[in-house]
Design a protein around this ligand. Structure first.
Ligand SMILES: *Cc1c(COP(=O)(O)O)cnc(C)c1O
Length: 396
């Protein structure tokens, strides 16, 4: 699949995957092919091509082109899977495989800290289509998960760490229990990227909001679904085609461009993120920093066991005396941190997230207000100076 053997380093892989130098007259990058119609000289050739639907042949825009395939190969290599399918957004990468593997009468298990729009999809459309969802405590162990399995449980969904609250899941244990009960294991691996290798930990279907670090510049919406065997690929590919889900070639091209620098971006952002997290932890208003890469933070031991690194997204829970209004003053006083959705770009963000947290499985609650921080590529000293200024505004 890839041009680079897997024993090479991550950055080497990112520099060499999905290239087509020989085919493209020596140009380093694959072309940006925009198109719907593909013309052929004869009817017989058209019939021959259609018989090969599903293979990598040019038939129609939704069948893909060198631009799509280059990105799909790159993401499959990043996650250690065999095949990848790209779709228009990260959320489409959540909904497409759920529709592929679930049908009326099935049961879905989702972690209580799941990305909000994924929860919304389960509790609205999937419910209306006759799929029942149970939300489980993210910290569940194998026995706990096994107790939640029903004969009709077809998918066990995971997301680690979780959106906004960053609980790390014991994915291998969950996968063992899910497989014993005959279910597929899905994972939203947007936070882990390549630091968590989903297929080595028992995952069957890995989801990425490639909008985040892969694209990396806050200018693209794109999602990917990666699998690790041909049977799963056939199911995924058929569902994607049936639903008309695919990504624009322009977005694939931009994302492939983003991937080339992702190794150095992630390294710099991980280091800066940990530095800022350490600093925030020492501030008197802060109750805890929800960053699994931080020693002593929730989920740190599991993170150390299963991850090889971290991205630069984490949460800060303030003490319960700190009002939500005060956290709004804090983020509004920041000059280098933007207030806005998404993450994984080159610029820092700070967003109050307390209102976005839904819990129905009865787990521990968070008494203080939470702000989600994304660390970009700015100089870390400037970011800390800005945060110091923000905390001063918060105390006022
Ligand atoms: C952003 C995000 C998504 C959805 O990505 P979009 O491209 O914005 O649709 C899915 N999962 C997680 C964890 C995310 O943070």
């Amino acid at each position: 699949m890839t041009d680079a053997p897997s024993e090479r380093g991550f950055r080497t892989t990112l520099s060499h995957i999905g290239r087509a130098t020989k085919r493209e007259h020596g140009f380093v990058n694959p072309p940006l092919l925009r198109g719907s119609t593909v013309l052929v000289p004869t009817v017989a050739e058209r019939q021959a091509l259609q018989a090969r639907r599903g293979e990598r042949v040019l038939t129609y825009g939704t069948g893909g082109s060198a631009t799509h395939w280059a990105l799909e190969d790159a993401i499959a290599a990043i996650e250690g899977g065999t095949r990848c399918y790209v779709v228009s957004t990260g959320l489409a990468a959540v909904t497409t495989p759920l529709l592929a593997w679930l049908k009326a009468g099935d049961h879905l298990l989702m972690p209580d800290h799941v990305y909000g729009p994924a929860r919304n999809f389960a509790t609205t459309m999937l419910r209306d289509f006759g799929v029942e969802t149970t939300f489980y405590l993210p910290e569940v162990d194998a026995a706990g998960l096994a107790a939640l399995m029903r004969p009709n449980t077809k998918v066990v969904y995971t997301e680690s760490p979780g959106s906004h609250t960053f609980e790390v899941q014991d994915v291998p244990a969950i996968a063992r229990a899910a497989h014993a009960g005959g279910a597929k294991v899905f994972m939203d691996n947007t936070w882990g990227i390549h630091h968590f290798q989903p297929f080595a930990h028992g995952v069957d279907v890995s989801i990425q909001a490639a909008t985040k670090y892969l694209a990396g510049h806050s200018d693209v919406l794109i999602g990917s679904i990666t699998v690790n065997n041909d049977a799963d690929w056939q199911i995924l590919h058929a569902a994607g085609r049936t639903l008309g889900q695919y990504a624009s070639p322009d977005d694939c091209w931009l994302t492939l461009r983003g991937i080339r620098t992702m190794g150095v971006r992630l390294q710099a952002q991980m280091e800066a993120g940990l530095q800022v997290a350490h600093w925030l932890r020492q501030q008197p208003e802060v109750a805890q920093v929800l960053h699994p890469g931080l020693p002593g933070a929730p989920g740190h031991e599991l993170w150390r066991r299963d991850f090889t690194g971290a991205c630069s997204l984490f949460g800060v829970e303030f003490r319960r005396e700190v009002t939500t209004a005060a956290t709004h003053r804090f983020v509004e006083a920041l000059e280098l941190f933007g207030i806005g959705a998404s993450w994984g770009g080159y610029e820092s963000l700070a967003v109050p997230t307390t209102g976005f947290i839904t819990r129905s499985a009865g787990g521990p609650s968070f008494p203080g207000p939470i702000v989600r921080i994304h660390i970009g590529l700015e100089d870390v000293d400037d970011l800390i100076a800005d945060l110091r200024h923000g905390l001063k505004a918060m105390r006022a």
